[in-house]
Design a protein around this ligand. Sequence first.
Ligand code: SF4
Length: 166
Amino acid sequence: MVRILISACLAGEPVRYNGADKRVEDEILARWRDEGRLVVVCPELAGGLGVPRPPSEIIGEGGGLAVLQGTAQVEDLHGRNVTPALVAGAHEALEMARRNNVGAAVLTDRSPSCGSTTIHDGTFGSGMKPGLMGVAAALLGSHGIAVFNEHSLAAADRFVRDLESK
Ligand code: SF4
């Protein structure tokens, strides 16, 4: 069975920076859960950060890929460099994916770790940078794992079914 890596906050775990979750109630997600398909991870906790924690954003150009390449960094609201934690968490998520036959990931968009189509712009305001990924999403994507988000569950479901039919 092809398994699906999912952001812990989407799965209902209260692991966001503010102690909240981002639970998604959806029949596709419920079916995946019943099938035993889900592999749950919070990359930021896996990297050693706690709950609650100050919010963090990627500073510099290029998003998560640039962080992995060492040309951008992640800072929290107080200016603390949390890059090592987010990079470590991304690698832990990748290891979990490899150990569990993961073919796709469904990650929380806009997060500096999990964002897949958009991330915050590094000013800790409301600005966004479309077209960029967070650190974990970028690492997973660059290792052949298709990354989806909470708005593309149906596409993720089709992708996984296609993988299994090959
Ligand atoms: Fe959710 Fe990902 Fe942020 Fe963890 S790192 S709280 S899983 S968005």
